[in-house]
Design a protein around this ligand. Sequence first.
Ligand code: SF4
Length: 381
Amino acid sequence: MKFASEFRDPALAKGLLSAIAGQVDKIGASMDQPILIMEICGGHTHSIFRYGLDKLIHPAVSFVHGPGCPVCVLPMARVDEAVALAERPEVIFCTFGDALRVPGHRKSLMQARAAGADVRIVYSPLDALELARCAPTREVVFFGLGFETTTPSTALSVQQAAREGLTNFSIFCNHITVPEPIKVLLDDTDMRLDGFIGPGHVSMVIGVHPYDFIARDYAKPIVVAGFEPTDLLQAALMVLTQIAEGRAEVENQYSRVVPEHGNPVSLAAMADVYERRPSFEWRGLGEIDASGLRLRDRYRAFDAEEKFAVGYGAGAKPRVVPEAEGCACGAVMTGRIKPTACPQFGKGCTPDMPLGALMVSSEGACAAYWHYGGARPVPAG
Ligand code: SF4
């Protein structure tokens, strides 16, 4: 296949749906005891809802939405620290757009900007690097945020800044990794999950083998998948086929993009620039060992936490900030409840007045339900 439209072909989708129904029959699943497939990535959640796959798929298959939205899992204390950095008069704070409206305890970055902070939306850390070159009297801080997909570009910008000897560029590093929280979910005896769909863009960087433990140690199938509707249906079919055949393997549906062993250039840049933090706090999941990255000592001059003594940096004390009252973000992010089961959904929490990040992030499950799920309340009158 060559064009995106071919991955949205209704006839192909129909064939996949019928094959899925065949595997469900073989497994003997029912609506009372559905097969639970967690799509780890928020991008997949949005594709599922945008194309109505949750309604088209056999009713005995249920998609469970996972913690794969980096903006959503950022604890409120880190949002507060980003705002505090942005409010420093010498700082130009650069961020991707979807972090702008995430509520902090005091305010969001957008509210900080409205109050005078110099917050700028960039499309790449290289844009922030260029700003640092153009504004040598200012401190340019880039909000490094994301899973293994965005982690390499931040690493490359740090390497470039080091080569140029820039002294006014730093990273507020919140890069995190996908496999560790999946292990936490699998170790939770309250969770029942039958299989996983893995994020294709993450595996473009890390390959498929970091997920081997899911099949080997927990006997669950996982299929790394692309983001088009037929990608997701084919991935669901592959998971169901494994279950029907009593197999648990790591399979690659997205082989047109994902190399088995990842991208060596990206992996080398990451290994050069980052080391793992002993632990990192995730919203809804708590502290997870070795799940966060920080800059290595040789790049310490580019670490905003060290430079400005915030977060885990020198002399700073990491704070734990409670979530907003009544917010069920943690339960939604770990697949325990659907967004519409949150008491705040559509009442105290809407995209215009968000209570949690899941309602405003482009990969947030609540945003997916709001925009595509038909869950938006109909105005009275
Ligand atoms: S509706 Fe709002 S408060 Fe509830 S889980 Fe979603 S983002 Fe959090």
